[in-house]
Design a protein around this ligand. Structure first.
Ligand SMILES: [Ca+2]
Ligand SMILES: [Ca+2]
Length: 275
């Protein structure tokens, strides 16, 4: 646009000078100068108008250029902001990528921990089952340790084994010892009554006067009599009868009671031991 203005301006001045030259030539030819000056004045006025128009046009152009430059500056600002935003986006993208990677790692770690937990739970369940099995065994052992062996009968914290195979008093005594017990010792009326209720035949008990006639003692602890449950008129055998049994049929009685009998007489026996 400025180039165009410049060309028009040069063209106008050149035209004016040409006109002036013509006018000078004409004046020398015609020797009348007034019409030529008038023409020059008109041309100068016309030139001034054109110059004013060019000035106005130039001002407009200048304003337009300023606007364009302002827009360009704004564009630069926008570009700068866009670049900042792009950089920010890149950073955020990098952070997101890092977070995704970290999340993946944590996820794998969680799965690994979960697998370990599952294995531990399985192991604990196995151990729990083993412990339950062991507890059952312990309970069985406890029950066994606090109960009488098979074939023995429990009464008041003691175990009793009734044997009706006929043997002498000494063999009966040895058999009871081999079973970890002794020939029964009767300490109370309750025990005497319970034994009688269980009897199916005559049996040896631990009472005897082998060492001294008439001095009755228990073979289990060598203690004497505190109470007795003799059949009437027992004991009556003197030195011939030194071992005691529960007697009913032999004594021709209806209920069982104590009787002294020769120690080599073959009858059954009852052993006793603590729980
Ligand atoms: Ca005797
Ligand atoms: Ca007798």
């Amino acid at each position: 646009m400025l180039s165009c203005v410049y060309i028009l301006l040069v063209w106008s001045i050149t035209s004016s000078l040409a006109t002036a030259k013509n006018c000078s030539g004409e004046s020398s030819d015609t020797s009348t100068e007034s019409p030529c000056l008038w023409t020059m004045i008109k041309q100068l006025v016309s030139m001034e108008n054109r110059l004013n128009q060019f000035m106005n046009l130039s001002n407009h152009n200048h304003l337009a250029i300023n606007k364009v430059e302002g827009k360009l500056e704004k564009d630069e600002e926008i570009k700068t902001k866009v670049k900042i935003l792009e950089d920010c986006c890149k950073k955020q993208k990098a952070q997101i990528t890092s977070l995704v990677s970290s999340f993946g790692t944590q996820k794998r770690e969680c799965r690994s921990i979960q697998a370990k937990q599952t294995a531990m739970i399985s192991l604990l369940k196995g151990n729990q089952n083993k412990m339950m099995g062991m507890q059952l065994e312990i309970n069985k052992l406890k029950k066994k340790s606090f109960s009488c062996p098979d074939d023995w009968v429990t009464f008041s914290g003691h175990c009793y084994w009734f044997v009706y195979r006929k043997v002498t008093w000494n063999i009966a005594k040895i058999n009871c010892q081999q079973k970890g017990g002794y020939l029964a010792k009767v300490d109370s009326g309750a025990e005497n009554s319970w034994l009688i209720s269980k009897l199916k035949a005559e049996v040896w008990i631990g009472l005897n006067d082998i060492q001294t006639e008439g001095h009755w003692r228990w073979t289990s602890d060598n203690t004497g009599l505190s109470t007795s449950y003799w059949q009437s008129p027992e004991p009556n055998g003197g030195r011939a009868e030194n071992c005691v049994n529960y007697c009913k049929k032999i004594c021709e009685q209806k209920t069982y009671g104590w009787n002294d009998l020769p120690c080599d007489y073959p009858i059954g026996y009852v052993c006793e031991k603590h729980l």
